[in-house]
Design a protein around this ligand. Structure first.
Ligand code: PLP
Length: 413
């Protein structure tokens, strides 16, 4: 739907949003009407260079042609059906994902939070069924983010943040340890612990990659205590970090993994994949989802995952990520550049991230801010060197403006 077909002015449309929608998002002040490849277009046809990627969703590119064609083709046949008949998109996608990710079984969900919910439920049931009623505890990382349903909220290691605060009691059975600190994780293990759950790269927490020895150490710790290693790859999965799944880049295999975002290439879908021994705890009636495995979403996901693999977008993610990190490190006020592949965080020595984000937006480049001093870049995995050069030029100007404003304010106070 386009604004010109509604008879509304941009202001009238924004007023409707303000009046009728629950606003948990700080809006970017433009109307997104069209998207293609690395660009999003507003109602006046202005092209925004997209380093946001629909929050790491549009990995094969905005409106990737193969994904769009797959959806159109599927629309002619069936949009949604109940989960009892066999369907081709579900079957082909299951095989593609499990074979590529070295997993045995998949359960389809609708989002990242739901995928984690499924993984948490599987792990808890695995513990209780196999070892008794108390063995359902899970250790997650401080500063993690796993989503906004109650299980995923409880797993999120940010008890004082807006994610958990004032929502009452969280799901019991979670404890939190310091990310990248193997000893802290080991110290939290009790006889009731059944699993450790981490993001291979903490995304929402400020872009912090797990260290190789940390991931390897967690695998060993889990093996020694008969615990499951669970990875939340909702943000890192499907090419983002330079490997199809981030754990493949680390060479460490989990017992179960959640995914969403890039998996659907722009259509809402998530999934939990697990090894047979874990997946076996789900039998008829133990878990379900009306929309999970939706035919359109599965057709889109089959196209998205195939495109990422066939075009080797992981490699581009790795190469462009390395290039971007090098260029970012040369910008003023940059204290640290972190990340893996095209999940890149840029931390400043002054709290200017929001101002830099707005400065880039004014110059038609989309990036995200995390906290006061980190900008995160998560573009589609098709990004080119030339587009990164443009990002860097624009960030330099935005940083210079933001720093000047910051020092002016500092002097005035
Ligand atoms: N897990 C991780 C690592 C995420 O980055 C996110 C979303 O940003 C989620 C879970 C939640 O996904 P969704 O918003 O699709 O529920």
């Amino acid at each position: 739907m386009r604004l010109k077909d509604t008879g509304l002015t941009p202001k009238e449309l924004k007023d409707i949003v303000g009046k009728y929608m629950v606003e948990t998002y700080e809006r970017y002040d433009f109307i997104a009407e069209r998207a293609e490849g690395m660009y999003i277009y507003d109602e006046e046809g202005n092209a925004y260079l997209d380093f946001y990627g629909g929050v790491a969703v549009n990995s094969p590119g905005n409106r990737n042609e193969r994904v769009v064609e797959a959806v159109k083709e599927q629309l002619d046949d069936i949009m949604h059906t109940f989960n009892y008949p066999y369907t081709v998109p579900q079957a082909l996608l299951a095989k593609k994902i499990c074979d590529t990710a070295f997993m045995n079984k998949i359960f389809y969900q609708n989002s990242g939070a739901e995928a984690n919910e499924c993984m948490i439920k599987m792990a808890r049931k695995y513990g209780i069924d196999n070892f008794g009623p108390e063995r359902y505890h899970i250790i997650t990382a401080k500063n993690s983010f796993h989503g906004r349903t109650y299980g995923a909220m409880a797993a999120t290691g940010q008890p004082e943040s807006a994610v958990q605060k004032s929502f009452g009691a969280m799901l019991p059975g979670f404890s939190y340890a310091e990310f990248n600190n193997l000893e802290d994780f080991a110290s939290k293990v009790t006889e009731n612990t059944i699993a450790i759950l981490i993001e291979p790269v903490q995304g929402e927490g400020g872009v912090h990659p797990a260290r190789q020895e940390f991931i390897e150490g967690l695998r060993k710790l889990c093996d020694e205590h008969g615990m499951l290693l669970l990875f939340d790859e909702v943000q890192t999965g499907w090419g983002r970090t330079g490997a199809p799944m981030a754990y493949m880049g680390y060479g460490v295999k989990p017992d179960a993994v959640s995914m969403a975002k890039a998996m659907g290439g722009g259509m809402p879908i998530g999934a939990c994949c697990a090894l047979d021994k874990v997946a076996a705890v789900f039998t008829a009636g133990t878990h379900g989802s009306t929309y999970g495995g939706h035919a359109l979403a599965c057709a889109a996901a089959y196209a998205s995952v195939s495109e990422i693999i066939d075009k080797d977008l992981s490699r581009n993610a790795y190469e462009m990520g390395e290039y971007m990190k090098k260029q970012l490190a040369l910008l003023p006020h940059v204290k640290e550049v972190r990340g893996r592949g095209l999940l890149v965080g840029c931390e400043y020595d002054i709290p200017i991230a929001a101002e830099v984000k707005h400065g880039c937006l004014d110059r038609l480049v989309l990036i995200t801010a995390i906290g006061d001093s980190v900008n995160r870049m998560i573009p589609p995995l098709i990004v080119t060197k030339k587009q990164i050069d443009k990002l860097i030029r624009i960030m330099r100007a935005a940083i210079e403006d933001a720093a000047e404003k910051y020092y002016d304010m500092d002097m005035a106070s």
